[in-house]
Ligand binder design. Structure first.
Ligand SMILES: N[C@@H](CCC(=O)N[C@@H](CS)C(=O)NCC(=O)O)C(=O)O
Length: 198
């Protein structure tokens, strides 16, 4: 029995899990939820959200839990820093990417669909504050910790979604953030993976 990932190619959380799987070189099959309108997903996991991993019959829901599970089974090419305190911070940043940055990204997407200058301005201000913090964070850095971790992956997949799905570019003035995004794209070879799955 193989590992299966129930997923949607456009979901940032699924993208995050695909990066972890690639980093750990775990072979897997994809179950694309679009093909049966989530029927097999709901049957297997008893809920609607992706990603879900079928690990030899074991059901794991949520990109954070899937990533932690994979780390335990495949400790090589670790997705966390080795120092315990840095690992704590890394987990907090993973959650920040998944929750706080994700919220700002959705607001930008929603604003792009509405015809209101006020909603757009609010969304722009919210995301811009995060760009500013991230640009500072990546000053002189190629990754948040001493190597690419799940914190980089969680933050990157949100911004990658913003770029691809909402056609929203990080402003050029955030040079450190741009340099890090470029490096992440090259490291994950994401464009080709994305094209393959889309
Ligand atoms: N915290 C979850 C978030 C998962 C999530 O929100 N998935 C979205 C796709 S991006 C979904 O399946 N939404 C469908 C729904 O809510 O019915 C994770 O990290 O996996």
């Amino acid at each position: 029995m193989t590992v299966r990932i129930f997923q949607s190619p456009t979901s940032m959380f699924c993208e995050k899990v695909r990066i972890v799987l690639a980093q750990k070189k775990v072979p897997y099959d994809i179950v694309d939820i679009r093909t049966d309108e989530r029927k097999s997903l709901i049957e297997f996991s008893k809920q609607r959200k992706v990603p879900v991993m079928d690990y030899h019959g074991q059901c794991i829901i949520d990109s954070t839990f899937i990533s932690a599970f994979l780390e335990e089974r495949y400790p090589e090419n670790s997705i966390y820093p080795s120092d315990p305190s840095a690992k704590g911070l890394c987990l907090l940043l993973e959650d920040w990417g998944d929750e706080v940055l994700n919220h700002a990204v959705h607001e930008v997407r929603r604003a792009a669909q509405e015809n209101s200058a006020e909603i757009k301005k609010k969304a722009d201000e919210e995301i811009d504050a995060h760009f500013r913090s991230l640009d500072l964070l990546f000053t002189g850095k190629q990754s948040i910790f001493d190597r690419m971790t799940i914190a980089d992956m969680a933050i990157f997949t949100q911004l990658h979604y913003l770029y691809h799905r909402v056609k929203y570019e990080v402003p050029q003035k955030y040079k450190n953030l741009h340099a890090w995004m470029d490096l992440m794209r090259r490291t994950t070879n994401l464009n080709s993976l994305y094209d393959l799955l889309d």
